[in-house]
Design a protein around this ligand. Sequence first.
Ligand code: ADP
Ligand code: GLC
Length: 494
Amino acid sequence: MKILFATPECAPYVKTGGLGDVSAALPAKLAALGHDVRVLLPAYQGMQVSGEVGQSIDILPYAQWPAAELLPVKVESGVTLLLLACPALYQRPGGPYVDAHGRDHPDNALRFGMLSRVAALLGTVHSPVPGWTADVVHANDWPCGLAPLYLAQTRILAPHQRTAGSVVTIHNLAFQGVFPMDCAEQVGVSSLFRGVEGVEFWGQMSMLKAGLQFAQAITTVSPTYAREIQTLEHGVGFDGILRARASRLHGILNGIDTQLWSPATDPLLPYHFRAANLRGKASCKAALQGRMGLPGDRDALLLAMVSRLTPQKGVDLVLSALPRILASGAQLVVLGNGEPWLQDALTEAARSHPKQVAVKLGFDEGLAHLIEAGADAFLMPSRFEPCGLNQMYSQAYGTVPLVAPVGGLLDSVTDADADPAQGTGFIMRACDAAGLEEAFARLLQAWAKPARWRRIQAQGMARDFGWEASALQYLEVYRRAALETGAASGTSLP
Ligand code: ADP
Ligand code: GLC
């Protein structure tokens, strides 16, 4: 099957969170299963990509938009990256979504309108890649949300032409790509589609809504989150649409790249280990304590967080529970960046308790791996969590997760008190500081019994979080979407 995977981020080239990891691992797995996968990604400033570079391809200008081209690069995983080069839109300091001061790029509507438009073009007879038209366009999050709408517009204008089926994935419903309605004209959303049945969201234009309305299928990154987002409490204004399209909404749990995230081989670790022999993990713990400036106490329970610092992740709940955590004698390391008030509060906690709390602000892939390997337990008291990857990395690395009872956390962690024979972590009973303290008290009881703790670690390390099963589910969704638009006939698809 010919699959176009459109995304605003892809590890290791550009990553702000889990979408970066998913955009690397899922296409690689689909390619390994024998499919022809191309990943469309903007060519941001400073991005380093190595691989077999093909001929660059001009994208015919649209309206007053700046000139752009596609640079194909076949990378080691077997996937072909299609780097969307448009210097006027993407060659600038900052991250994919924000400038160097953390403010949204002012022209994000056009920047991601361009990404979506090229994604859609690749699924039409006007595909810029010679001899290649996608059977399915997989649009990820709001930055690609207009792609299904553009494909729908093409079908209206040229009903007899073949167009790809489209699938939109919600990685986080809180990010909705909302812009003034004036932008609809600029990005070429037909006036037919500017109403409430189209992109209109409280008087503005939502790019995510475009995807939700016009894609043949909607997926999100865990079965529990798929149910949650159909409720008023977690629907962030979109629960009505999601209920209306429930028969097309699928929750498919993310996997992890077990080649990159394996404690036996991880090249970013100073020592390696397996479930049968955790000596290397103890050495990683000592290395982590040393690197973070904490006393090298082997017996202290070492807790960790690696996270965007936002209210979503419940960092403030950890701060509220900190007196209880510190009273137990535990140590805490935090790696993250994000909202200034949370950065300041964490820095202050580290300053007041230098022997127990250490904080590193910033984005550091190598340190993230060392923390997963060296910590004893990992805190994820998220208020909502579409999937979450760190609880899976933690289990693979023998680091016991303590998680909130939401989203993908519920689908990937088993509570060790509720199910001792299979438990891999501790699940909070409520998403608040008291819930965190209660789960922490249970975690401490397990920590006090080394044999029990080792069993919980071993049960986590034995879990299979690989991508295979989920990739097969995506293929089934793709196949149905492509059949629906006539992009492919059922029998000819591999
Ligand atoms: P989200 O996508 O909501 O941020 P996930 O748990 O799905 O949450 O994925 C987060 C990913 O980003 C993980 O791979 C995590 O290790 C990584 N990450 C988050 N913050 C940092 C950081 N400050 N430094 C390094 N890696 C980070
Ligand atoms: C989002 C979610 C996270 C998920 C990731 C990858 O950023 O917040 O829970 O794991 O996307 O799908």
